[in-house]
Design a protein around this ligand. Structure first.
Ligand SMILES: *Cc1c(COP(=O)(O)O)cnc(C)c1O
Length: 942
């Protein structure tokens, strides 16, 4: 039986030999020795268990799952039981065509997921009553803090002058939301005031507010009263998405922002995630909305096409001026939630909402009939029970394998979800010694009168055949790892193996509530402990927090830990963070979110951090230095020789070193952050540790820290986690998106120490092979001192602009005609392509990519020599659709064959792109971020 590592790693030993010869080295050992500075190399193998086979792992994980006790959950607090429609489970969640796709930056090859995300936005807009929505945020807790920051940044000049800095949060909001928001508020100098929304009145010192609808007790909040009493105050409403199907929309009651989680729309609880948060606002906030927004535009043939809108808002452009650090979000889960609504349609969705409300209502009526006090008569899905002995009830409920939310000795709540039944209600009532009762209808005063799910998309795919075909049709528009390698530098699009993914739909893991008693989650916690230990071993650190839901969130968490450490030593003034100019945009954006000031330092002509400049800057900042954020190997694709000197300079000046771990795929088993002198780093588990990108999320960004920082790791107000003196929660759930941690766990278990090291070596081999084969065709911008690259390389394409008027974007679009997703465009250097093959691609696939790149170089040469026209050529007109080749009059100065079949391997199989080049500017000028009407959907007038 083959070891999993031979399935995960692309090149076999014969291919490896050929590739080493092409590079001009004798062995992988020699290549690695030439590439990684010897003074940072690890001496032995990682202390990680030997690899399990795929069979052994699947057996093991089933046993671990069996250790979880999955009780029926009535806990609520933003996590509810739901039924994942099988057609969505099978065709989306379990389907690599959906989950291995990348974020839709290359719009032409992403039309399917863009449509699904546009559906998500359309659904959110209708339910919330807002005017602009994004395509997901990480969770409800962080969405709340984004709302606060959005309002903070939109204060008027007068408000800023008057020092208006108070923000109201209802005491009836979810506890985890309050804690996440509090942490963010403290950083920005916002005074967070918790209070009672039934009496609160703005005295002019508040710039905004958050209220929960329905509130934490299930009571349907009097939004109209609150908003009416506080005219002019910016109000964000944390709303239960299922309740919005029947309740009045917050928008209709005057809200400025509506946010929440879409989990209960067919996404399993997963012990905390991943789920897509939604975020919608009034139009006036569109320029500073956080997150990715999908918008409608047109392609070069004037057909309607979708793409991400208003990208200039995002951190990769705005850097330290950014108002949010969101990069990876929750695209796959937003797709699932939107498809849940597409499948059920308006009638089905109302049935589900009414079913849930009916269960709650029957419970409340039964309790009242038995003389038990119910805290509110106006509720959607949650019954608030008062005046009972909750310890006794809890024990009785657990004996029936049910979990309620215990508030204190005499109060609890019971929240219902889609799979619950009247039998459950009968059991619950029996626990209280009450009898069955009828349900009663919601008061018409709280009900919405406007329609929801009105768009055609939500009104036609209700049979399974139709739904299956709709999902497949969208999937087939997109290019993902099921088609070809995705050579995106910095993003590490490696194999997401089926055996790693299978356990995430095991109900023993998928159906756990994050706030279930810890004793019920023994399987999860055993997995966390192992994963933490193995990730500590991989990073050389003492402790891990599994809480952050993305790399950027990990950056924020790590910086907050650094801040807490400085403050614990009385160093409150240490707030300046040095960030090299080559850093990813999230680095400066996260530093600003953490209340730090960014100091940018430059790089030398070899792309390395300018050590002299760094030294001078660090010395000058002195005791105000918080630390350095550094990516290693650098975003330029080299292992900087001076890294230890760099980290020493920071330590000598009292700073802490944050390592951006996005490039860990070039380190695991060979060197590590602890070894280079870092104090904290995040790991993008969706890059190095095999979690799929999901078309823009989910991800996970746990942070590792050295021992002196361990006490500050984040906790959670409901379930304690993290260090002894923790910072505030950075995510809503204590272990972030716990469900997908299984994927990284499986990756490590099935590779073992040896396989992990071999993966890193193969990643370096593959990158150097591409660099060697492209020599003479393209210049690699930066190499190490022996002429090698790390696990990725930057191809310098800047001169083509001068010689042939070709931009990197043209090359990116032309690659689509060759069945390839483009490498990373213009990061970290404008006008370049950054290529990262990962270890999972074999020589055959690398050779196809190399052939495509060489052919494109020839096409550029033809323009340079005058053989091809400067404007009307293969690159400028790319990509070429079947429609443009078959149905349109062909008046290009090259043949359809040259356009569509430029190389022989395409004869075997050809990906047909559904749209021509998408016009970004047009869409931003004419912003539409919900599904347009069916007629305009077919054709956009020029
Ligand atoms: C991907 C990446 C990030 C951001 O990580 P997310 O998980 O997308 O938030 C930060 N830095 C670098 C260098 C990256 O490549």
């Amino acid at each position: 039986m083959s070891a999993f590592s031979s399935r995960h790693i692309g090149p076999n030993s014969a291919e490896k030999s050929e590739m080493l010869a092409a590079i001009g080295v004798q062995s992988i050992q020699e290549l690695v020795d030439k590439t990684i500075p010897s003074h940072i190399r690890l001496s032995g193998e990682l202390k990680i268990d030997a690899a399990m086979s795929e069979q052994e792992y699947l057996q093991h994980i089933t046993e671990l799952g069996a250790q979880n006790k999955v009780y029926k959950s009535f806990i609520g607090l933003g996590y509810n039981e739901t039924i994942v429609p099988s057609v969505i489970l099978r065709n989306v969640l379990e389907n690599p065509g959906w989950y291995t796709a990348y974020t839709p930056y290359q719009a032409e090859i992403s039309q399917g997921r863009l449509e699904a995300l546009l559906n998500f936005q359309t659904m959110v807009l209708e339910l919330s009553g807002m005017e602009i929505a994004n395509a997901s945020l990480l969770d409800e807790g962080t969405a709340a803090s984004e709302a606060m920051i959005l309002f903070w940044n939109s204060r008027s000049r007068q408000e800023t002058k008057d020092g208006v800095n108070k923000f109201f949060i209802s005491k009836n909001a979810f506890p985890q939301t309050k804690d996440v928001v509090l942490g963010r508020a403290l950083n920005l100098g916002i005074e967070l005031v918790e209070g009672d929304e039934t009496t609160f009145k703005n005295d002019g010192t508040y710039f905004g507010a958050i209220v929960q609808y329905p509130d934490v007790y299930g009571n349907i909040t009097d939004l109209a009263g609150f908003i009416g009493r506080n005219e002019g105050l910016r109000v964000a409403v944390a709303a239960d998405i299922l309740s919005l199907v029947v309740l009045k929309s917050p928008g209709s009651l005057g809200a400025d922002v509506v946010f929440g989680t879409s989990q209960r729309f067919g996404v399993p609880m997963g012990y905390g995630g991943p789920h897509a948060a939604f975020f919608a606002a009034k139009d006036e906030y569109k320029r500073s909305m956080p997150g990715r927004i999908i918008g409608v535009s047109k392609d070069a043939d004037d057909n309607m096409a979708l793409r991400m809108a208003l990208q200039t808002r995002e951190q990769h452009i705005k850097r330290d001026k950014a108002t949010s650090n969101i990069c990876t979000a929750q695209a796959l889960l937003a797709v699932m939630a939107s498809m849940y609504a597409v499948y059920h349609g308006p009638i089905g969705m109302k049935e589900i909402a009414n079913h849930v409300n009916g269960l709650a209502s029957a419970t409340a009526n039964g309790l009242k009939a038995a003389g038990i006090q119910v805290g509110s008569d106006s509720f959607f899905d949650t019954v608030w029970v008062k005046g009972v002995d909750t310890a006794k009830i809890k024990a009785a409920a657990e004996a029936k394998e049910m979990n309620f939310r215990i508030i204190n000795a005499s109060e609890l709540t019971i929240s219902f979800g889609e799979p619950h039944t009247m039998e459950d209600v009968a059991t619950i009532l029996s626990i209280f010694g009450a009898n069955k009762a009828e349900s009663s209808a919601l008061a018409s005063s709280v009900l919405r009168t406007d329609g929801v799910f009105t768009h055609a998309t939500f009104n036609k795919h209700h049979s399974e055949s139709k739904m299956m075909r709709y999902l497949k049709r969208l999937e087939n528009k997109d290019l993902s790892l099921v088609h070809s390698m995705i050579p995106l530098g910095s993003c590490t699009m490696k194999l997401n193996a089926a055996s790693e993914l299978i356990p995430i739909t095991n109900p023993q893991f998928a159906n756990m509530h994050p706030f279930a008693p810890v004793a019920q989650a023994a399987g999860y916690h055993a997995m966390f402990r192992q994963l933490e230990k193995d990730l500590c071993e991989s990073t050389g650190f003492a402790a891990m927090s599994l809480q952050p839901n993305s790399g950027a969130q990990g950056e924020y968490a790590g910086l907050m830990v650094i801040k807490a450490y400085h403050e614990s030593r009385g160093d409150n003034q240490r707030k300046k963070m040095i960030i090299p100019s080559s850093a990813h945009g999230t680095n400066p954006a996260s530093a600003v979110m953490a209340g730090m000031e960014v100091v940018v330092t430059g790089c030398d002509e070899n792309g390395n951090i300018n050590i002299e400049e760094l030294k001078a800057v660090a010395n000058q900042i002195g005791n105000e230095l918080a630390g350095l954020m550094v990516t290693y190997p650098s975003t330029h694709g080299v292992y900087e020789e001076g890294i230890r000197e760099i980290t020493s300079i920071i330590h000598e000046n009292g700073g802490q070193v944050y390592m951006d771990g996005a490039n860990m795929n070039a380190q695991v088993g060979l060197t590590n952050p602890g070894n280079i002198g870092a104090d904290v780093c995040h790991l993008n588990l969706h890059k190095t540790f095999a979690i799929p990108h999901g078309g823009g999320g989910p991800g996970m960004g746990p942070i590792g820290v050295a021992a002196h920082l361990a006490p500050f790791l984040p906790s959670n107000p409901v379930i304690a986690a993290g260090g002894s003196t923790p910072i505030h929660a950075v995510s809503a759930a204590p272990y972030g998106s716990a469900l997908i941690l299984l994927i990284s766990y499986g990756y490590i278990k099935m590779l073992g120490a040896e396989g992990l090291r071999e993966s890193t070596e193969a990643a370096i081999l593959n990158a150097n092979y591409i660099a060697a084969k492209l020599k003479g065709h393209y210049d690699v911008l930066y190499t190490g001192k022996n002429g090698t690259v790390a696990h990725e390389m930057i191809l310098d394409c800047r001169e083509f602009k001068k010689t042939a008027d070709v931009e990197v974007a043209d090359m990116a679009k032309r690659l689509i005609d060759f069945n390839f997703h483009a490498p990373t465009v213009s990061f970290p250097v404008a006008g370049t392509l950054m290529v990262e093959p990962t270890e999972s691609e074999d020589k055959e696939e690398l050779d196809r990519f190399i052939e495509a790149m060489i052919k494109i170089r020839q096409e550029i040469a033809d323009i340079e020599s005058g053989l091809a026209d400067k404007e009307n050529n293969l690159l400028k007109n790319a990509p070429h659709t079947a429609d443009c080749i078959i149905n349109q009059e062909w008046n290009y100065p090259y043949s359809p064959q040259e356009a569509a079949y430029p190389v022989a391997y395409l004869k075997e199989w050809k990906y047909w792109v559904p749209v021509r080049r998408v016009d970004n500017a047009y869409g931003d000028r004419n912003l539409v971020c919900s599904c347009p009407s069916v007629e305009s959907y077919m054709h956009v007038e020029a």
